[in-house]
Design a protein around this ligand. Structure first.
Ligand code: AP5
Length: 226
């Protein structure tokens, strides 16, 4: 399979973007491009870029556009993106959205479809506090809602689960504020071009997935991108 249009998952921290993106990218056989995961990978490898990004991420602020755009531009240019891709956590600022439009046009991709995940503030805070991530394969769990196995290990590969350093309670509120300030305007941007859909992200993982599949069917996104 593939995707005729690149997909963008928009929404605040803890809205469930990554959980859905992991499953759907497998289903459509397209790459899941999470800028958060790419930046964390640089941090864990101790690259120059990772050393610059870490303190910013730990404060719950956005990493500068030029850093993120460099990573994403290079990634979209790789051959595995030729049949579509799913963007999770990118774009997050107006300059990122405008640059993405340029990249897509230059590479002859169709216009993206953005989906905004709607979830109440209290639920977001609880979800982020309870999130645990597999240190091996990245599978996402939640101690309240989507618990791992009884041994506290990943159900898929037995990996140890970790808490992200930016999931500390004192950072979460700053991440939510950054979303309101810098990312919320993108919702109106994609609405104004007719490329926005919204989903109730507070429903169960399965119900959110079903709703997303309905939206994608309405927009005929299955198939090849270019
Ligand atoms: P990033 O990694 O992108 O984090 P985020 O956008 O804040 O989103 P999260 O990963 O917190 O949440 P999610 O919506 O993916 O939720 P999840 O599925 O995990 O960014 C981290 C940092 O990197 C940023 O703060 C910034 O510094 C930097 N960065 C990244 N991209 C950038 C960019 N473009 N520009 C500049 N800086 C950038 O789910 C959350 C929890 O809820 C989990 O425990 C999960 O199990 C649970 N859950 C999910 N769905 C459900 C459900 N339906 N019901 C019950 N529980 C659920």
């Amino acid at each position: 399979m593939g995707l005729k249009r690149p997909l963008i998952f928009l929404g605040p921290p803890g809205a469930g973007k990554g959980t859905q993106a992991r499953r759907l990218s497998e289903m459509y056989h397209v790459p899941h491009l999470s800028t958060g995961d790419m930046l964390r990978d640089h941090v864990s490898r101790g690259t120059d870029l990772g050393r610059k990004a870490k303190p910013i991420m730990d404060r719950g602020e956005l990493v500068p556009d030029e850093i993120v755009l460099g990573i994403v531009g290079e990634r979209i240019g790789r051959p595995d993106c030729a049949h579509g891709f799913l963007l999770d956590g990118f774009p997050r600022t107006m300059p990122q959205a405008q640059k993405l439009d340029e990249i897509l046009e230059k590479r002859r991709f169709r216009k993206p479809l953005a989906v905004n995940f709607l979830v109440d503030h209290d639920v977001l805070v609880r979800r982020v506090a309870g999130r645990r991530v597999c240190s091996v394969g990245g599978e996402i769990y939640n101690v309240h809602e989507l618990p791992p196995g009884q041994d506290g290990k990943c159900l898929l590969d037995g990996g140890a689960l970790i808490q992200r350093s930016d999931d500390r309670a004192e950072v979460v509120l700053d991440r939510l504020a950054a979303f309101e300030r810098q990312t919320r305007p993108l919702i109106e941007y994609y609405r104004s071009t007719g490329d926005l859909e919204e989903v109730d992200g507070s429903a169960s993982v399965e119900d959110v997935r079903k709703k997303l599949l309905e939206i994608f069917a309405e927009h005929s996104v299955d198939g090849h991108c270019a």
